[in-house]
Design a protein around this ligand. Sequence first.
Ligand code: HEC
Length: 277
Amino acid sequence: MAAQRSFRGVVLKRGFQGIVAAFVLFLAARFLFHFPPVFQIMFVLYAFLGTGVFILLDAPSLSPVSGFKAVALLVGFYAAISLVYIAGASALPQYDPMVEKGKIEKIVKPKLAATEKGKIDELLKRTEELDAESQTILKRLETLGGEKAKKIEASVGGGPTAGAAHPAAGGNLVALGKEQYDLQECYNCHKIGGKGSVKKRGPMLDNIGNLMKPEEMKEKLMNPRAWMAEGFEKEYNKKLMPDKYKELMSDQEIEELVTYLATLKDTSVQTPKPIKK
Ligand code: HEC
């Protein structure tokens, strides 16, 4: 009894210390380090986790249990911990380091290629300028010296260099759009072909190609408030679908994504009806 009462004291004392620590960490994360809100919350959670550990250290030992009861307790504990892990994992966004790595490469590579291409384009422009200059000089010589200049011109070869062949744009829009779907992590909230969002956050998109025109989907991406999926009033009002794609994506990328979505016409899946807002 005495042990129990003193343990209650420990819980109160440690609990109070934990709250103070959580508060200090929250203030520091917010005002001193200017961490984003997720980290502020994480620090608070860590403070409480630490408090829990310290309380456990001071907890009075339990009376020994044996036989069937011990096994049942062990299995129960294991089940509870597993449940907490599974629930926690499915509540958090899915994260696969290899996928993230692939994504970084996909984002960085075109940028690198673009800067390389920029350099080459600049060089080409410079040669064109130089070429044009030499042409005007030759023209002037021609007016001054007649035949001789013509000969020089013939040996130099006239006209600016023919424009470098530009690689054909385009490629497979649908495949690129599918890539955008993955890159933008739409799968965190949507399912296509049964894959994606473990927790039901947003509608399954398998039949969206039959329900929305490409321009309408574009509108939804640029401004999620413009359309609402029927039966998702709560999610719509909570503004669950992020309003960030107009900043994150280029027109070309949105075009690709919408082209891909327009191909999704699986009528066997219940994609909710989009309602114009
Ligand atoms: C954080 C969760 C979340 C993410 C990420 C997300 N959405 Fe959504 N989306 C929703 C929710 C919730 C709805 C339903 C409520 C509404 O219409 O706003 C929705 C609705 C839609 C609809 C309308 C569906 C219908 O049947 O009316 C389309 C289309 C859509 N999303 C496409 C996308 C695409 C494409 C991406 C990725 C670029 C994306 N969403 C990313 C949560 C999300």
